[in-house]
Design a binder for this molecule. Structure first.
Ligand code: NI
Length: 208
């Protein structure tokens, strides 16, 4: 039945995405389609469907006749992603500061207080949400859609490279939230700048 097949595909999709974010699958690593199918007692078809969905979203690369690989990024690509993120985020913070959804931020704040279980959780859920809330303040749907795609790459990438930094990063997020809630725009901009600059420094980890 179509509904069941769809749900198996979704489960496999979530499983593979989590494995990438939690680094069980490394950047550039080949994905063993047959092994995933056998391990989970399912056919190759839903695994392929899940992988194709991930290809579509840019997490995975499909090399015809060679196989599926976790997407890897060059130094230049990482630099470019961060630069574009800055354009979106500073634009939104500077021009639409008053529109930032304080209610959503307060909800998120409560979550930040709880111990985050893994770097994967952190980047996949909290980090992405906070930065997206800032960009959503722009009210520009075209911009928001593009940003969401970008932050998806970005969280994948940072969870793989920055997992030592996530506690420090978390403190910066809390500072950003507090600055917005207390309407201190200049402080919020300053901390966001510091926060995104550090991403650049951490790209050195790629060369190790
Ligand atoms: Ni962040």
């Amino acid at each position: 039945m179509a509904i069941n097949k769809e749900s198996i595909t979704n489960q496999v999709y979530n499983m593979i995405k989590e494995s990438i974010i939690n680094q069980e699958l490394e950047l550039g690593q080949k994905i063993n389609t047959r092994e995933i199918a056998e391990k989970n007692g399912i056919s190759i078809m839903p695994v392929r469907d899940a992988l194709l969905k991930l290809v579509n979203q840019g997490y995975i690369i499909n090399r015809p006749r060679v196989g599926f690989f976790v997407r890897s990024f060059s130094d230049e690509e990482m630099y470019e992603i961060v630069e574009v993120r800055k354009m979106y985020e500073f634009y939104s913070l500077e021009n639409h500061f008053d529109n930032i959804d304080r209610v959503k931020l307060k909800d998120l704040y409560a979550y930040f207080e709880i111990d985050v279980k893994s770097p994967g959780d952190f980047f996949n859920i909290y980090d992405t949400q906070l930065h997206t809330i800032i960009v959503e303040a722009s009210g520009n749907n075209f911009l928001i859609e593009r940003y969401k795609k970008l932050i998806d790459y970005s969280s994948l990438l940072f969870s793989c490279l920055n997992n030592q930094r996530y506690k420090e990063s978390n403190e910066e997020h809390i500072e950003i939230i507090e600055s917005v809630i207390s309407n201190r725009k200049d402080k919020a901009i300053k901390i966001l700048r510091k926060h995104l600059e550090k991403v650049k420094i951490d790209k050195n980890l790629l060369n190790k």
